[in-house]
Design a protein around this ligand. Sequence first.
Ligand code: SF4
Length: 404
Amino acid sequence: MSRPKTGRSLRQRLMRVFYPALLWIFWPYLFLRLPDYPGAHITFRRLVNLYRNRWEINRLRITLRSLPLKLTIEPINVCNLHCPACFTGDGQVGRARKAMPPDLYQRLLDEMGDYLWQLEFCNWGEPLLSKQIHTMIRAAANRGIGTVVNTNFSFPFSAERAEDLVRSGLTILGVSIDGARQETYEQYRVGGDLDTVLANCRLVQSTKRKVGLATPQLVWSFHMFPHNVDDLPRARELARELEMTFFVEKGWIVGEEWDPSSSVEFKDPMVPFPCIFLWSQAVVNIDGGVAPCCGTFYPEDDMGQLRLADTTAGAQTFAEVWNAERFQQARAMYRSRTAAAVKNHVCYACPATIVWDRWKEYRAHGGDPSTFDPGFTMNDSFNYFWNRRPPGAAAPRRLTIGTR
Ligand code: SF4
């Protein structure tokens, strides 16, 4: 008697049999492995929070007992450049332009500092324009939190400030340098000066040697576009000369993804997974607005508001917002998107939520994990946020970037 044809290849049939077994075998490792947050001190509280957090993601818990592992804060939302795929660079005004009040930052540290593995200082502005940045980094580093600053570094930076930065205990200084020549670099970093950036990187490296510290680790972050592909070899060489770690990722653009067949990938692949921003990472803006993630810009999409010293409105603690209605609605979508109570919630039509929904359906119908097509790329994700503007917001000034 011949076997009925299932339409599946041998590989697909083997995957169906072994995939659950592989997941089962590696599950303890995936659950127990330490997160990659350089500079973080491993403490009992951080470990308990980590494993509680992973357990809660695994169960798709809607109300969380754990706090985020990583916090992104916006020290200041002012920037000196005009990068075309950034809301601030494009001249949009979502909130008043200012620095984060020190007491708001201190409250966040007091509440979350023992549990955080990483604090990232950068959202919609240039963090090193903040006069408080060294003090803020030092306060986090003193609590054993790994710290990251992402900068364009295209402004005058004195030897004194370099020493303050190095002595602050900063773990990683990521520098966005999208080119090895001024004419290519400035196509995306509009208004930037490559020589200034490179001189500042040299200054930080020499200051590290002078004061005898190995940190911060300098990372050359190269966003690849059609116009700067040819600069890659020279940029790598320059990074080596400057003793910087070189990291290249595909740059996203407004509209269709450029060269989808390119071997360089976006930083984060589009994978079916519960959105980390709803369970283990959080973003707080200068005005105490808690954003759902670093993709949203306008306060209309905030999940909640932290109280400021000069106001009475808002939550006193981050945990109140973390478990308030908006976050709960978003987490509930990962259990059932069709039952979502609020369809205009930013998470509802977000590619991350839709991909997870498709994945669940696909697996429920016996789909082969190795051939799952998310149907979105990270460029689509960027465009989702880019096009999400409240009524009355100015239309973007530039529509395309990165032509060769
Ligand atoms: S909008 Fe998307 S990426 Fe942002 S928190 Fe919601 S689901 Fe996650």
